[in-house]
Ligand binder design. Structure first.
Ligand code: ZN
Length: 149
């Protein structure tokens, strides 16, 4: 168990310090702003689409280490996926952090994202971890603003 939390710490710190796909996309096909008032996390997600596929995804914003690391890993997970696959990942991630799925026994596509399973022990952190996912989904659905409240 402590091995898992060491790995968790390491991954969060790495992505927080060096977030992947942290940039704006000029002329993005879809964007959305996400806000988690509970913690103060704020981010903007950019999507480039080709037909139904996410060809590029990026984010900018400010927030706690968990929200930033989660956004960073969300962009890595969603890039190259089609809309349906991205929505399945959203659903799996969302259920995992809310403790509604056992990611070890139920079939899923979470892979490295399982690192965030531990946040379900910390209800206040669940929204930090899921903010970028809600924002990505809002962008896909052409909603421009999402608040986790
Ligand atoms: Zn936060």
């Amino acid at each position: 168990m402590s091995e898992l939390s060491d790995l968790y710490q390491e991954v969060i710190l790495d992505h927080n310090k060096n977030p992947r796909n942290y940039r704006e996309i000029a002329n993005a096909d879809k964007t959305a702003d996400g806000h988690n008032p509970l913690c103060g996390d704020q981010l903007k997600v950019f999507l480039s689409m080709e037909d139904d596929r996410v060809t590029d995804v990026a984010f900018v914003g400010s927030g706690c280490a968990i929200s930033k690391a989660s956004a960073s890993m969300m962009t890595q997970a969603v890039k190259g996926k089609n809309r349906e696959e991205a929505e399945i990942l959203f659903d799996e991630f969302h259920r995992m952090v809310r403790g509604e799925m056992d990611e070890e026994t139920e079939d899923n596509h979470l892979g490295k994202l399982k690192i965030f399973a531990g946040v379900r022990e910390f209800p206040a952190r669940v929204k930090c971890a899921s903010l970028s996912w809600h924002t990505m989904k809002a962008a896909l659905e052409n909603e421009e603003i999402v608040s986790t409240e």
